[in-house]
Design a protein around this ligand. Structure first.
Ligand code: ZN
Length: 195
C-alpha cells in the first residue's frame, strides 16, 4: 500500500500529545475538568495527527501506483481542488484551491492522484510557497512530463483572525516547469483555470 487510511491512531503519540494539550488548555486559563473539555485533549491530539498524517505518506509511490503508458500529449488540468493545510509559523489553518496541470510525455497518471499528492504535502506543517514547489517537483521528477504547472490560492487564518486581521485577502502562489515556462502554454493554462 503506497498510503494507509487514517483509521487507527498511534496510541503512544495520542497519549503524549493529549497530556500536553491538557497542560496547554490549563495554561490558557481553562478548566479541563469541566464537562465539555473532558475529552478535548484526546480529540485535539487525534485531530492534529490526522492533519499531519502526510509525514507518513509517500507521494512518489502514490503517483507511481497509477502511471499508465499513453500517447495523449495535450494539457491535462485538474482545477479547483480543495486544499486544507496548516501554516508552520502559527499552526493555524490555511485553505483554498489548487489547480494542477501537466503535459504528458509518454505516461499519464490517474487523475485522483493529483489531489492525493496535494493532500500528502498539505497535511504537514507548511508554508504555501513550499507546498507549491513540492507538488510541482514531485510531479516533474516522478512523471517526467513535458511540463507541469501548479497554482494555489489560499486564505490564511493567521492573517484573518490575528496579526493584520485582513479577512478578504487571498495569497496566490504558482510554479511552472518545462513547456509551461513558455508564455504561450502558461497563458493557455491560466485562461483555462479562469485567471
Ligand atoms: Zn501563519
Amino acid at each position: 500500500m503506497p498510503y494507509k487510511k487514517f483509521e487507527e491512531y498511534n496510541m503512544k503519540v495520542t497519549d503524549d500529545v493529549k497530556d500536553r494539550y491538557k497542560n496547554i488548555i490549563q495554561d490558557l486559563g481553562e478548566d479541563t475538568e469541566r464537562d465539555g473539555l473532558l475529552k478535548t485533549p484526546e480529540r485535539a491530539a487525534k485531530a492534529m495527527q490526522f492533519l499531519t498524517q502526510g509525514y507518513d505518506q509517500d507521494p512518489v509511490e502514490i503517483l507511481k501506483s497509477a502511471m499508465f503508458k499513453e500517447s495523449y500529449n495535450e494539457m491535462v488540468i485538474v482545477k479547483d481542488i480543495e486544499l486544507y493545510s496548516l501554516c508552520e509559523h502559527h499552526i493555524l489553518p490555511f485553505f483554498g484551491k489548487a489547480h494542477i496541470a501537466y503535459i504528458p510525455n509518454g505516461y499519464i497518471v490517474g487523475l485522483s492522484k493529483l489531489p492525493r499528492i496535494l493532500d500528502v504535502f498539505a497535511r504537514r506543517l507548511q508554508v504555501q510557497e513550499r507546498l507549491t514547489e513540492q507538488v510541482l517537483d514531485c510531479i516533474n521528477d516522478t512523471l517526467k512530463p513535458q511540463g507541469v504547472a501548479v497554482v494555489i490560492e489560499a486564505s490564511h487564518m493567521c492573517m484573518m483572525m490575528r496579526g493584520v486581521q485582513k479577512q478578504n485577502s487571498i495569497t496566490t502562489t504558482s510554479g511552472f516547469r518545462g513547456q509551461f515556462e513558455k508564455s504561450e502554454t502558461r497563458n493557455e493554462f491560466l485562461k483555462l483555470i479562469g485567471k
